[in-house]
Design a protein around this ligand. Structure first.
Ligand code: ZN
Length: 1024
C-alpha cells in the first residue's frame, strides 16, 4: 500500500476536519486561564548585590472556582540553604556547588509583607519548600473578580554558578526573581519548588517594570522600553562603538574589567503584554549590536539585539545574523513572532548552554560559531515553545524542549546540511577517527537516544522533568522527541506537518496547551489516526525493530519482501529500493505485528532497505537491508578500523588497537585488541586480545564476549558474559639445584587458563532516578593451572619432573547493592564461593563519609567465614589479613605483573581483598573466619592516611587479639595507581618483620585500579 497516495486522498478530509475542529473546539471546551498583571519597581544595589523592590499584582480569577488562597513562588529562596529542592536535585546530579557553598554566595528573598486591596493578610511558607508560600485571601475571590496584591521584597542575588538567577561580580542575570502566583488551571494549583532540571509554568498577563540602577549599565530585558530618549541614545552610542570596533578590528581596553559604577542612577521602564515571565540582565561591559527584520506573514518590523562581552567578542560578531535568521525561520514555520524585539545576552551563567525568557535569552560560553548559532536559534525558538505556547514544562518537558529541539534539528538540517559529527569534537571532516567525519551532524540527537535506548535505560517522552535521569533529560526530551517528530514529518509530509503546527500555534498561542491538544491537532491534519505515534513513541518507551528477512522476485519483475517486526511495536515504515546506491522508489506500510509480506512494484533493484533515509528510530538497523541477488543476500563486507568506529549498519565492523602487554613470566607481549565495541551497547559484544610473550615464546592473552538480554519484568538487563585468560604465572627451575636427579630436569614455564562464564542480572528500578542499584552475578571461575610433580621413574631409576594440570574451579554468586550518590555513597557486596571441597561466604561493605567538598572518610568492613570444607581446602582457600599479592590471588582474578615472584618488586603489587592490610604480613591467615575494618582519611593532594584493624579465629595470631596497621597511601593518576606505606603496626607484625629482617623499602605496596577507567561513562559524560 502506498501511503503517500493515501495522504493525497485525505487532503480534502483534512480541510473539512480543520473547519469542524475549529467550530467544535471553541464552544465545547471549558478552558480557562487566570490573568496576572504585574507592576514592579526594583532597584539594583551593585555593591551588596541585592534588589529592593515593590510589587503590585492584579489577579483576575477566570475560573469558576472560588479561591480562598493563592500559592506564590518565592524562587530566590531556592538558593537559601542546602536543603531546598534545588540543592537536593543538584546533589542528585552529583553537583555539590550549592551544597558546599559559602553563606555569602547563596541567595534568598525576604522583607515580604503581602496586602490585598490594601489590607494585610495572613500568609505562610509551604512546610516542605521555603521557595513556595500560601497567601490567604481576606475575602473569597469569585469568578471574574479582581484583587490587587502588593508586597515589598528584598532579594539577595546568589552567585551565578548555581543555576539561573545570579551575579558574577557586577554582571547580573535577574531571572525568577519576584513573588509570582503559581498557575491555577482545570487541574488545580501548580505550586512547585524551583529546580534546575525542570522548567516552568506560569500565568499569562502583562508586566510593567521599572528598573533603577547606576547610569552606565547596559540593560537588556523582557518588554518594550517606554519613552526613554536618553536610554535610546545611550544604546545607540554603544551600537556605534561596537560597529567601530568590528570594522576597525579593535577592542576595548581592559574589556573584561568592570568599570566603576556611575554615582548617578537611571530608571528604565519596560512593558510587555501577553507574556508569562520577565527577566533582565545588566552589565557595564556589554558590546551591543542592533538590527531589524521584517516578518514573513504580517510584514511587521521586529528589532533584534545582541549584548556580549569582550571575552566572546570574536564569536559574537555574527550573532545578530543568527538572531535574524532564527526569528525568521521560526516565524515562517510556525507563525509570526508577536512581540517587538528578540534579544540575546552573552552570560557565563551556565557553561555551554542557554536559557530562555520572553523576548530575551542568555547564552553561556560556547566553543565555536556553529554552536553559538544553534544555541541562539534554540533559545529564540523558545519564544514559540515556552513563551507563546505556555505549556506546563515541568510536567511535559517534551512540549517545549522536545518540540523546540525538533525545530532546532530542522534549522541545522536546513542551514548546515554538510556539517559532520566530527564537528562535535571541534574537528572538521579530516578527523577520521571513529568515522565521525562521515556522519551528518544532526545525527547527534539520534546518537544520544540510541545510547540510552540500546542499553534499555531510556524513559518515555511523556515523563515529568524531575523523574527523568539527567542523561535521559537530554537523550529523551532533547533527542528522542525531535527524531520521532522528524519521522512523523517523513510520514505525514512536510507541508502537512507545518500546516498542523501553524494551526496549533494560532489556536493555542498565549494559552496553556496540553499534550492532548497537540495530538488532536496533528491527527486532524494528517487525516490519519496517529494513535501509533502517541502510544508507541510518546507515551511509552517501546523500541522499534523491523527486519527485512527475505526478498523474492516475482515472474513479472515485481518483488515480494518478507518483513518481521522483532519488537512488535507497530508503526508505519517504508521499504526503499536502491539502484547503484541511489533511491529509486519507496513503499509505505502501516505496520503489523509478527511477520508479513510487502509487495514492491516492477523495478530493477540492487538492494532494499527498511527506512531508506534512516529516520525511523529503529534500534537495530543492521537487519534493515537485503540484496536482491547472490547467495548471501544479507552479507556485509568486513571493515577493519583502528581504535573504534561509529556504528555502520552496512558493514561488519571490527576495530583493532595494537597492544603492548607484559608480565614477568611471559615477558613483553606485543599483541592486538580486536573488538566490536562502539558508541552503543550491542546485543553481542566481544573483545579479544591475543598477544605473544617474547620471553615465554608462547601465545597469551585474554578475551571477553557479552550477550545482552532485556527482560520485560524484574530485571533491567541480563548480561551473559564469558571471560577467557591465558598467561604464564610462574616458573620452576630445577636446572642447577637438582643436578643430582639427572638430565630430565629443566626449567618449567607454568601456565594458567581461566574461563569465567557468568550471568549479571541487574534489577529494574521502580524509579529510574533512584541512585541505588541491585544486581546479582552468578558464575564460575573455571581455572586450570599447571603444576610440577617429581616422580620416580621406575624403569630408568631416574627421578623425573612432570608437568600436570590442576583444576581449581570455583563457583561464585555475588549480590551487589550500590549507591553512587555523591554525598556518602556506599555499596555492599555479598559473596559465596563454592566448589566440591569447600564453601566460603564473605561480605564487604564500603561507605564514604563526606565531610567537605571532595573530602571523605572511607570505611570498609570485611567479614567472612567458611561454610564447610575439607581441611586442605580451607587451607588453600584461606582468608588473609593482608591485601592479596599475586600468590594469594587463588582465583587468578587480577592482573599481576609478577604473580609468584617472591623477591624485590615481585610481591609488592597488591589487590584489595579480605582484611586488606597494606602491611606485608603472613600473620592473620584463617581457615575459619575473619573480620576487618579499613579506615581512610580524606585525600590531600593525593595523600591519604589509612588504618586497618582485624581479628580472626584464635591460633592464627601470635599474642595480639587484634592486629592493626596504619600508614599513608598516595593515589596517582586519579587513583589509577596507588602506593601504600605502613608506618605503625601491631607488636606481633613487627616481631615477624624483624624475624624475617624485612627492609624499610620492602614494606612498600602498590596497586593498579583498572576499574577507574570506564570508556562508556566517558562517552555518556561528554555528551551532555
Ligand atoms: Zn531549551
Amino acid at each position: 500500500m502506498k501511503l503517500i497516495n493515501q495522504i493525497k486522498v485525505h487532503q480534502l478530509i483534512i480541510w473539512f476536519s480543520f473547519l469542524f475542529f475549529q467550530l467544535k473546539s471553541q464552544d465545547s471546551i471549558s478552558y480557562f486561564q487566570q490573568e496576572v498583571n504585574y507592576n514592579i519597581d526594583v532597584q539594583l544595589n551593585d555593591v551588596a548585590h541585592t534588589l529592593h523592590a515593590f510589587e503590585k499584582i492584579q489577579y483576575i480569577n477566570n475560573s469558576h472556582t472560588t479561591l480562598n488562597f493563592i500559592y506564590f513562588h518565592l524562587w530566590p529562596n531556592a538558593y537559601k540553604n542546602n536543603q531546598t529542592a534545588l540543592a537536593k536535585q543538584l546533589l542528585k546530579q552529583r553537583n555539590t556547588t550549592l551544597y558546599y557553598s559559602k553563606p555569602e554566595e547563596r541567595g534568598y528573598i525576604d522583607s515580604l509583607n503581602f496586602k490585598i486591596n490594601g489590607k494585610p493578610v495572613k500568609w505562610e511558607y509551604d512546610k516542605d519548600h521555603i521557595d513556595i508560600c500560601k497567601v490567604y485571601l481576606n475575602e473569597p475571590l469569585n469568578y471574574k473578580d479582581t484583587i490587587i496584591i502588593t508586597t515589598p521584597f528584598f532579594v539577595k542575588i546568589p552567585d551565578a554558578k548555581f543555576s539561573r538567577l545570579g551575579h558574577t561580580n557586577q554582571a547580573y542575570f535577574i531571572t525568577q526573581w519576584y513573588p509570582k502566583p503559581a498557575v491555577f488551571d482545570s487541574e488545580g494549583w501548580h505550586a512547585m519548588p524551583y529546580l534546575d532540571q525542570g522548567e516552568f509554568y506560569s500565568e499569562f498577563g502583562s508586566f510593567d517594570v521599572k528598573i533603577t540602577l547606576p547610569k552606565n549599565y547596559v540593560l537588556a530585558s523582557t518588554g518594550d522600553r517606554i519613552d526613554e530618549d536618553d536610554e535610546d541614545e545611550f544604546l545607540n552610542n554603544k551600537v556605534i562603538e561596537t560597529i567601530n570596533h568590528l570594522e576597525n578590528n579593535t577592542r576595548k581596553r581592559d574589556g573584561m574589567q568592570f568599570p566603576a559604577s556611575s554615582s548617578q542612577t537611571k530608571t528604565i521602564q519596560f512593558r510587555q503584554y501577553r507574556v508569562h515571565d520577565f527577566a533582565w540582565f545588566a552589565d557595564k561591559r556589554f558590546y551591543v549590536l542592533h538590527d531589524q527584520i521584517q516578518l514573513p506573514n504580517t510584514k511587521r518590523i521586529v528589532d533584534t539585539w545582541a549584548y556580549f562581552t569582550d571575552k566572546n567578542f570574536d564569536l559574537w560578531k555574527e550573532s545578530i545574523t543568527y538572531l535574524n535568521e532564527s526569528t525568521l525561520f521560526y516565524s515562517f514555520l510556525n507563525g509570526d513572532y508577536p512581540y517587538n524585539h528578540v534579544s540575546a545576552v552573552d552570560g557565563t551563567i551556565m557553561a555551554g548552554g542557554g536559557m530562555e525568557y520572553p523576548n530575551i535569552t542568555v547564552i553561556g560560553d560556547l566553543n565555536n560559531a556553529f554552536d553559538l548559532d544553534v544555541t541562539i536559534a534554540h533559545e529564540v525558538g523558545h519564544n514559540w515553545y515556552y513563551g507563546i505556547l505556555g505549556s506546563n514544562e515541568r510536567k511535559y518537558p517534551a512540549m517545549d524542549e522536545g518540540l523546540n529541539s525538533f525545530y532546532e534539528l530542522r534549522y541545522i538540517k536546513a542551514k548546515y546540511p554538510y556539517k559532520k559529527l566530527s564537528d562535535y569534537l571541534g574537528r572538521d571532516s579530516t578527523f577520521k577517527l571513529f568515522g565521525l567525519n562521515t556522519i551528518p551532524y544532526w545525527k547527534d540527537k539520534e546518537t544520544a537516544y540510541f545510547i540510552s535506548a540500546k542499553e534499555r535505560s531510556d524513559q518515555p517522552i511523556n515523563t515529568a522533568s524531575e523523574d527523568l535521569t539527567q542523561f535521559n533529560y537530554g537523550s529523551i526530551i532533547y533527542s528522542k522527541t525531535p527524531i520521532v517528530f522528524d519521522y512523523l514529518m517523513e510520514y505525514m509530509g512536510e507541508s502537512n506537518l507545518d500546516k498542523a503546527m501553524q494551526f496549533y500555534y494560532e489556536r493555542y498561542k498565549f494559552k496553556h496547551p496540553k499534550p492532548n491538544d497537540l495530538a488532536t491537532t496533528l491527527s486532524y491534519f494528517s487525516g490519519i489516526d496517529l494513535k501509533w505515534f502517541l502510544n508507541n513513541l510518546i507515551l511509552s518507551d517501546k523500541k522499534i525493530d523491523y527486519k527485512l528477512s527475505k526478498v523474492k522476485r516475482q515472474k513479472d519483475g515485481s518483488y515480494k519482501l518478507i518483513v518481521k517486526n522483532k519488537q512488535n511495536t507497530v508503526i508505519p515504515f517504508n521499504v526503499t529500493a536502491f539502484k547503484n546506491n541511489k533511491m529509486i522508489g519507496q513503499v509505505w506500510n502501516n505496520g503489523f505485528e509478527g511477520k508479513d509480506t510487502v509487495a514492491f512494484p516492477i523495478a530493477d533493484v540492487d538492494y532494499f532497505k527498511i527506512d531508506g533515509r534512516d529516520l525511523m528510530p529503529d534500534i537495530n538497523r543492521n537487519n534493515n537491508f537485503i540484496k536482491t541477488n547472490g547467495i548471501f543476500k544479507k552479507s556485509k563486507p568486513i571493515k577493519l578500523k583502528f581504535l573504534a568506529q561509529y556504528d555502520d549498519a552496512k558493514h561488519c565492523q571490527i576495530s583493532y588497537i595494537p597492544l603492548l602487554g607484559g608480565n614477568y613470566y611471559n615477558g613483553i607481549m606485543p599483541g592486538v585488541l580486536l573488538h566490536n565495541y562502539s558508541f552503543f551497547e550491542k546485543k553481542f559484544e566481544y573483545k579479544l586480545a591475543p598477544m605473544f610473550g617474547l620471553k615465554s615464546k608462547t601465545l597469551a592473552g585474554s578475551g571477553q564476549v557479552n550477550y545482552h538480554i532485556y527482560p520485560k519484568n524484574l530485571f533491567q538487563s541480563i548480561e551473559l558474559q564469558s571471560n577467557l585468560k591465558l598467561y604464564n604465572y610462574d616458573e620452576v627451575d630445577f636446572g642447577n639445584t637438582n643436578k643430582l636427579y639427572g638430565t630430565d630436569f629443566k626449567t618449567f614455564d607454568l601456565t594458567y587458563y581461566k574461563f569465567t562464564p557468568s550471568a549479571q542480572l541487574t534489577f529494574k528500578k521502580k524509579k529510574q532516578t533512584n541512585p541505588t542499584n541491585h544486581s546479582i552475578n552468578i558464575g564460575s571461575n573455571i581455572l586450570f593451572i599447571d603444576s610440577v610433580r617429581i616422580e620416580n621413574d621406575l624403569n630408568s631409576s631416574y627421578y623425573k619432573a612432570n608437568l600436570y594440570t590442576i583444576n581449581n574451579s570455583v563457583n561464585r554468586i555475588i549480590y551487589l547493592i550500590e549507591n553512587n550518590r555523591i554525598i556518602n555513597p556506599f555499596n555492599l557486596e555479598l559473596t559465596v564461593q563454592q566448589n566440591a571441597h569447600m564453601a566460603k561466604a564473605f561480605a564487604v561493605f564500603k561507605y564514604k563519609l563526606n565531610v567537605a567538598k571532595n573530602k571523605d572518610f572511607g570505611v570498609r568492613v570485611f567479614a567472612g567465614t567458611f561454610l564447610y570444607g575439607k581441611d586442605w581446602a580451607k587451607e588453600y582457600y584461606r582468608f588473609r589479613m593482608r591485601a592479596h599479592n599475586g600468590s594469594d590471588d587463588y582465583l587468578f582474578e587480577s592482573n599481576f605483573l609478577a604473580r609468584n615472584l617472591n623477591s624485590n618488586f615481585g610481591n609488592t603489587q597488591i589487590n584489595e581483598a579480605d582484611g586488606y592490610f597494606k602491611v606485608p604480613t603472613p600473620l592473620g591467615q584463617s581457615n575459619s573466619w575473619m573480620a576487618a575494618v579499613n579506615l581512610t582519611s580524606p585525600n590531600f593532594y593525593g595523600f591519604e592516611g589509612f588504618l586497618d584493624l582485624g581479628t580472626t579465629n584464635p591460633g592464627y595470631l601470635f599474642n595480639d587479639k587484634i592486629l592493626y596497621n596504619a600508614g599513608v597511601s598516595l593515589h596517582l593518576f586519579k587513583g589509577f595507581i596507588s602506593v601504600h606505606y605502613p608506618l605503625l603496626y601491631s607488636k606481633d607484625i613487627k616481631t615477624v618483620m624483624e624475624l624475617n629482617s624485612i627492609q624499610a623499602i620492602e614494606k612498600l605496596r602498590w596497586s593498579f585500579n583498572l576499574h577507574k577507567l570506564n570508556p562508556k561513562k566517558f562517552i555518556k559524560n561528554s555528551l551532555f
